[in-house]
Design a protein around this ligand. Structure first.
Ligand code: NAP
Ligand code: GDD
Length: 322
């Protein structure tokens, strides 16, 4: 019998890589999608015939309980969320509904309809916020700096609570930033890789950004989905920090991206605008992923330079075709 996996957020960056990964493991894949007036399955178009899409929404308890009751999944990966930090300042209530309470709705659906399923919650390094220590590990206190970060802290603790209260196999992966050519265009790495490709092809003159000094621990999304799966293969449910252990500034990313297309005087293409600065910023994130190395045997395969190269080259190829 094939294992059944339900992925919420299957149309997102991570959902698409996880679905590919689990298909290779021989899983039967179910993906939760919400009703939209335009197509959102671009990232999973190449595997859509091999997976089953079911309609549901993190805002709607009945659709989640019904989905779990019908499918009876062995593994559930809760990747769906309002995941863009600036939007969380503009729509804090919606972000709380989806990114925080949505986790409780998923856990309730499981508790009622399939309590022995294994549950993965997509927690975030954004929970560390104004980080209390450097680097950040599983014991570092949370100090979120955005409505998104606050919502993720709620999602994290409710997952711990269901594990402790109902003995459910529920775990959190505290993932640091992970990127890819499938990253949404509004996130800084993809905004840069796409603009650098367009500047190289003379389709765009400038790139306007916000805080260039923020530092992030950036890895490749394709590497991180393996860690999610590994967490559900453990005997004991426990939480893990997943990251590379290296940090770079937004400026470093820009320089590296321009270097890929052979442009040295990158400064002349960069402008900044206040509208891209946040009401409160997370200045420095860097993972201490020792626990994941030791217990999961997980290490990232793609380094920073390779990641930037993959992203810029993918955008160059795509832009040449448009
Ligand atoms: P993403 O590309 O923004 O994808 C988000 C997914 O959630 C999309 O499939 C979206 O569906 C779905 N979604 C949003 N609201 C929903 C709702 N109310 N009901 C059902 N589905 C809903 O995010 P990602 O980068 O793949 O990240 C995956 C998860 O990991 C998120 O929870 C994110 O917060 C978390 N995370 C990401 C990172 C990172 O660096 N990427 C790091 C740490 C944690 P539509 O396609 O319909 O919009
Ligand atoms: N998006 C964006 N756009 N960010 C900018 C810009 C810009 O024009 N200019 C500078 N930045 C800075 C932001 O201020 C932030 O410090 C950094 O670039 C990274 O921003 P994002 O790429 O939007 O990612 P994030 O770190 O806020 O959040 C991502 O990572 C989290 C994990 O730490 C998201 O994927 C979250 O969902 C995820 O949980």
């Amino acid at each position: 019998m094939k294992k059944k996996a339900l992925i919420t957020g299957i149309t997102g960056q991570d959902g698409s890589y996880l679905a590919e990964f689990l298909l290779k493991k021989g899983h039967q894949i179910y993906g939760l999608t919400r009703r939209t007036s335009t197509v959102t399955t671009e990232r999973i178009a190449h595997i859509i015939d091999k997976i089953n899409l079911v309609e549901g929404d993190l805002m709607d308890q009945h659709s989640l309980t019904h989905t779990i009751k019908e499918i009876q999944p062995d593994e559930v990966y809760n990747l769906a969320a309002q995941s863009f930090v600036p939007t969380s300042f503009k729509q804090p209530v919606l972000t709380g509904e989806a990114t925080a309470l949505g986790v409780t709705r998923m856990l309730e659906a499981l508790r009622i309809a399939k309590p022995d399923a294994k549950f993965y919650q997509a927690s975030s390094s954004e929970m560390f916020g104004k980080a209390r220590e450097v680097p950040q590990n599983e014991n570092t206190p949370f100090c979120p700096r955005s409505p998104y970060g606050v919502a993720k802290v709620y999602g994290h603790w409710i997952t711990v609570n269901y594990r402790e209260s109902y003995k459910m196999f529920a775990v959190s992966g505290i993932c640091f930033n992970h990127e890819s050519p499938r990253r949404g265009l509004e996130f800084v790495t993809r905004k840069i890789s796409n603009a650098v490709a367009r500047i190289k092809l003379k389709k765009q003159k400038h790139l306007t950004l916000g805080n260039l000094n923020a530092k992030r621990d950036w890895g490749f999304a394709g590497d991180y989905v393996e860690a999610m799966w590994l967490m559900l293969q453990q005997k004991q449910p426990q939480d893990f920090v997943i990251g590379t252990g290296k940090t770079h500034s937004v400026k470093d990313f820009i320089k590296q991206a321009f270097a890929v297309v052979g442009i040295k005087n990158w400064k002349k293409y960069i402008k900044t605008d206040k509208k891209y600065f946040r009401p409160a910023e997370v200045d420095l994130l860097i993972a201490d992923p020792k626990k994941a190395h030791k217990i999961l045997g997980w290490k990232p395969k793609t380094n920073f330079r390779e990641l930037v190269k993959i992203m810029v080259e993918a955008d160059l190829n795509r832009e040449k075709l448009i």
